[in-house]
Write a protein that binds this ligand. Structure first.
Ligand code: IPD
Ligand code: CA
Ligand code: CA
Length: 259
């Protein structure tokens, strides 16, 4: 099996597990932060993905949100979020996804994001373009903030990160943007920028599994993704700014930490 076949088969199988739990119900638990939820759906979907990757590529490393850790410098690295959008999932909102990225020597090579309820598929291969359900996608052509919707994410913190996010949201509203959206699934937020529906998206704390696949999708669709300070995105917890590229500098003015 190839990388893309493995990624698709794993995303499809994990998606079925999530859909089953979503329709039949599952008990949610909290993680360290009292508002950060997890369930058997997250854990079992990650096990399913990891099993499929190990069966196809026994020597590859896997970094997953729930159970798998790996050195991000590993030559062959899979980065998986088995259920991105857990809070939506827990509240019966069918906006969540499986996200799987494959990296070679630290560089994203393949990414797939799958919403099993809508049967939506986003995929990208380095140098091969970005696709939504087999349609080639590209970012918005807007060259001014007052022509776009901006997506935002709120990390689970209820302190300094939340306050800084709210302050940035206020600055952006004052730019006469068309509106702010908080959809609650970072991988799909990046997909919305890649499709041109959002002009930009930012969040002050994301983990590699939240953006591992979405960053490649966005770049292949013509977008730009950096930290909120404009520096290259590390494969660790980080701030994230994703735009259609043209709006990157204008967005940086409003989302740079400490502005
Ligand atoms: C979360 C979602 C959310 C973002 C959070 C993430 P999870 O992932 O992507 O949109 O705002 O920061 O942690 O916990 O549902 O996998
Ligand atoms: Ca996530
Ligand atoms: Ca998750």
């Amino acid at each position: 099996m190839t990388i893309s076949e493995t990624a698709h088969e794993a995303a499809e199988a994990a998606g079925k597990i999530l859909a089953d739990y979503f329709h039949n119900g599952v008990t949610m638990r909290t993680k360290s932060a009292s508002v950060d939820l997890v369930s058997d759906a997250d854990v079992n979907a990650e096990r399913c993905i990891a099993d499929k990757i190990r069966a196809a590529f026994p020597d590859h490393h896997i970094l997953g949100e729930e159970e798998n850790s790996a050195d991000v410098d590993a030559e062959h690295l899979w980065i998986i979020d088995p259920l991105d959008g857990t809070t939506n999932f827990a509240h019966g909102i069918p906006h969540f996804a499986v996200s799987i990225g494959y990296y070679h020597k630290g560089v994203a090579q393949y990414g797939v994001i799958h919403n099993p309820i809508r049967n939506d598929w986003f995929r990208a291969e380095r140098g091969g373009g970005a696709f939504h359900n087999d349609q080639l996608i590209s970012v918005s052509q807007a060259d001014s903030l007052n022509e776009v919707l901006v997506g935002v994410g709120f990390y689970y913190d209820r302190g300094e990160i939340m306050s800084a996010t709210l302050a940035a949201v206020e600055r952006l509203f004052r730019q006469q943007i068309h509106g702010i959206r908080r959809f609650g699934t970072a991988s799909l937020d990046l997909a919305l920028v890649a499709c041109g529906q959002l002009g930009a998206f930012f969040e002050y704390q994301l983990s590699p599994w939240d953006f591992a696949a979405g960053r490649l999708l966005l770049e292949e669709a013509g977008g730009k993704i950096t930290t909120c300070d404009g520096t290259p995105l590390p494969l660790s917890k980080t701030t994230v700014l994703a735009t259609n590229s043209t709006l990157h500098e204008s967005m940086l003015e409003h989302v740079r930490r400490g502005t």
